[in-house]
Design a protein around this ligand. Structure first.
Ligand code: ZN
Length: 537
């Protein structure tokens, strides 16, 4: 839930940008995201003035900067904003801030072992054409060729420095290079040990939180869902203290509180969450960064190499969050064209239609990082309190009302019914299951559900068994936004109902339902203690 700019400045920067821009694009959104950096154009570097002033321990290594470049019309504003937002305690980030320093268009680089990334050094706006002398703090991690290519050697972090002598004297510039462990696509795994319903998915149209206002999230299977508009990752609600696991082997590139910023869903309160970022190299030479947010405790430190599945910390609700959950995002690194990492969908894009996020200038194509067996399952469901307080022979125990692409795979949704144990075995003859559009499924005649046992009614086609019945539909039965599931007996008497975000029996209410079911409808965690494990050294 944040961008690559210090979020404190984001709203100001957006506000200032407006007058400079042409009328908003039809989608109303592409002008809300900073332009990417392009190779060979180091540009304005307000990031060097940005504040990371609440590093928890003074010896903690410098966090990665949020790399952003502004269109020319906002460059001056950006500098002013950066100055206004600059903190006072973060140490200067090196000679790169001097007017005649060497810059590379970015101040960090994530790259896979064996890969190379060409640098285009500038002094001011002028490309450096003469030879530079290079040094690296760790040649075992990365080296530099005379042609200004960074050659990644082995996982780790190093700082490389370019030097030359001009009429102003010795001029230098530095670049942090992070070489990450190589991971193959499909090997990424869920950051949680348990599967839980998703609250917000990645919004392919478009992932600009607090700026995208089209009213929906476009899922990776090209379906409009509810959630936090413009969400740039996945939110899974889990209790505070749930272990958060590395999706793959890699190098920790950030492990601390983020820059405080004004949180729109908390009344614009200034907040800072605990985040961990891990860089992974791909065998293609590309790099991927995974991000784990709102943690309550961090168990790793900057620069540390970690194994797949290693515990990074514990989940929480720190920062711009109103309830305990894990926020997970993935960023596509692209050393070839020197763009900073761009957020993408770790599930890829699974539709034949064009991906809106791959179409816009500042976007990128999404790569599926995990295999289907390693991916966190994507679904939305509710459990009901079941038989408590009812004398109905059969009750609805679970509504699994959204699965991946249930428009085309209706069996990805189901209703689970249980025979009320306080009543006994349930004869299902004549009982119907009805949605809010009055479409109904009739249980097979003569079937008996033993007391306390459950069976699932899947929406699509299949062969009935003792634990699974099939409605036989080619379309979903349950609305992904709001619906009501009801059970009637053979005489038409209502046995049990369970609704989500609507009133049962009222399709008008269902249509009007406001699908607020993200973390921003829950109460803020009060007094959650922030804990960061001290560095062992
Ligand atoms: Zn989130």
């Amino acid at each position: 839930m944040r961008g690559w700019l210090p979020a404190t400045c984001k709203a100001v920067e957006r506000a200032l940008r407006r007058p400079c821009d042409a009328p908003a694009s039809p989608s109303g959104s592409t002008d809300e995201t900073p332009a990417p950096q392009r190779s060979g154009s180091p540009g304005i570097t307000p990031r060097r003035r940005s504040s990371w002033s609440i590093a928890l321990s003074p010896e903690r290594a410098a966090p990665p900067r949020r790399v952003t470049r502004f269109p020319p019309c906002v460059a001056l504003f950006a500098l002013l904003v950066a100055a206004a937002c600059a903190g006072d305690s973060f140490p200067p980030s090196g000679v790169g801030t001097l007017p005649h320093a060497i810059t590379f268009g970015r101040d960090t680089l994530v790259v896979a072992p064996g890969a190379t990334a060409h640098l285009t050094p500038h002094i001011g706006t002028t490309p450096v054409t003469g030879a530079l002398s290079w040094s690296t703090t760790n040649a075992a991690v990365a080296q530099i060729s005379p042609d200004n290519d960074v050659i990644a050697v082995a996982p780790g972090i190093t700082t490389i420095t370019a030097s030359t002598t001009t009429s102003n004297g010795l001029t230098q510039g530095t670049l942090i290079v992070r070489v990450a462990d190589t991971v193959r696509l499909g090997e990424f795994r869920s950051p949680l040990a348990q599967s839980v319903p998703v609250v917000s998915v990645f919004d392919h149209d478009l992932p600009f939180e607090f700026a995208d206002t089209n009213g929906y999230l476009l899922s990776f299977w090209n379906e409009k869902l509810s959630g936090i508009d413009g969400h740039n990752g996945y939110d899974w609600p889990v209790p505070t203290g749930t272990p958060v696991l590395a999706a793959a082997a890699g190098v920790v590139t950030f492990a601390q509180l983020e820059t405080p910023f004004s949180c729109p869903i908390l009344g614009n309160a200034m907040v800072a969450g605990m985040w961990v970022l891990v860089a992974h190299g791909l065998s293609t030479g590309q790099a991927v960064v995974t991000e784990y947010g709102h943690l309550s405790r961090i168990d790793v430190q900057y620069g540390q190499r970690i194994a797949a599945g290693q515990q990074l910390g514990l989940s929480g609700s720190t920062g711009c969050s109103t309830g305990p959950h894990l926020h997970f995002s993935a960023f596509a690194g692209s050393p070839a064209d020197a763009r900073p990492p761009i957020v993408m969908d770790p599930y890829g894009w699974q539709s034949t239609a064009p991906d809106p996020w791959a179409q816009v200038r500042v976007g990128t194509a999404s790569t599926a990082l995990w295999s289907s067996s390693n991916a966190p399952p994507i679904y939305k469901e509710f459990l009901s309190s079941g038989s408590v307080g009812t004398t109905a022979p059969v009750v609805i125990a679970r509504v699994h009302y959204m699965g991946v692409d249930d428009d085309h795979h209706p069996n990805n949704e189901f209703i689970e019914v249980t025979a009320n144990p306080s009543v006994g075995d349930a004869l299902l003859t004549g009982i119907t299951l009805v949605n809010n559009r009055d479409e109904r499924f009739t249980f097979p005649s003569g079937s008996i559900l033993p007391a306390g046992q459950s069976l699932r009614v899947f929406s699509g086609a299949g062969t009935n068994s003792a634990t699974a019945l099939y409605w036989g539909r080619t379309t979903p039965a349950w609305d992904d936004i709001a619906d009501c599931a009801r059970l009637f007996d053979a005489n038409g008497a209502l046995l049990f109902q369970f609704s989500w975000f609507t009133t049962c029996g009222s399709t008008a209410d269902r249509a009007a339902a406001v699908p607020m079911r993200a973390m921003d409808v829950e109460s803020p965690m009060a007094g959650e203690r922030l804990r960061v494990r001290p560095r062992p050294d």
